[in-house]
Design a protein around this ligand. Sequence first.
Ligand SMILES: NC(=O)c1ccc[n+]([C@@H]2O[C@H](COP(=O)([O-])OP(=O)(O)OC[C@H]3O[C@@H](n4cnc5c(N)ncnc54)[C@H](OP(=O)(O)O)[C@@H]3O)[C@@H](O)[C@H]2O)c1
Length: 251
Amino acid sequence: MISAKPLSGKIALITGANRGIGLAMARLFASAGATVIMNSRTVGSLDALAAGISAEFGVPVQPSYFDVTSAEAVKAGFMAVHKEHKRLDVLVNNAGILRDALIGMAPEALIDDVIATNIKGVILCSQMAARMMARNKSGSIISLSSIIGRVGNEGQSVYAASKAAVIGFTYSLAKELGPQNIRVNALAPGFIDTDMIKAVPAEKHAKIVGNIKMGRLGKAEDIAQAALFLASDASAYVTGQVLGVDGGMLV
Ligand SMILES: NC(=O)c1ccc[n+]([C@@H]2O[C@H](COP(=O)([O-])OP(=O)(O)OC[C@H]3O[C@@H](n4cnc5c(N)ncnc54)[C@H](OP(=O)(O)O)[C@@H]3O)[C@@H](O)[C@H]2O)c1
């Protein structure tokens, strides 16, 4: 049976939810009946968005402001969720940054920022989520990897390293948390039409689209639909997987 509200009764936290893929997920999860906790590091950026989504879909949608790179801030954010809801069913590690640089030109600050956001942040949030989910012997952790973490890209070696690390982390955590009925999966989007790829030069953009078998960039909603599957009980027996959502870039 396919439920019209597959996330009804579930509490879902999405990091980096004030725009792009994270925002699309927040909307879709709310439409699917979840209580959604939208995270951003930019204080105030979620207040109107969360209120609007809540009014549209009739579910609680709450802003939660913390920077995923700070262990202290992450802990405080998750403790607040625990205090109010006493449980967490879904974590989406969506917050991420892309910083291009040829390897000889990559400053230490760029390396630190990308690693801190894209993998340390994923580890810190998953650690807190796993503790909460273990109490209920149930949960789904979904992390955003990337096609770049699978096949690499010139000028994106640091980003690729961080996104490949997400895959290794996902496999390990799936093994560790499976016995507690906590599922751990990753999404590997191709090229998705968000702010993140706005800086791609026109000729490179055309070349990328030329490599997409389905002939178009992905939409944030395409990734949100895949996240909904991994968040819901429709994927109750799916763990330790990396789901490519890339319009056929790898076939
Ligand atoms: N777009 C693509 O083609 C593509 C492809 C593959 C994978 N992905 C991955 O998908 C995820 C979402 O990407 P997107 O395209 O939606 O990117 P985006 O539009 O640039 O949004 C990134 C989000 O992450 C947040 N963020 C960044 N650093 C943060 C931090 N330290 N703490 C909390 N939030 C933070 C940003 O918040 P601020 O507004 O405060 O900066 C923003 O909400 C990323 O992990 C990305 O690597 C994207």
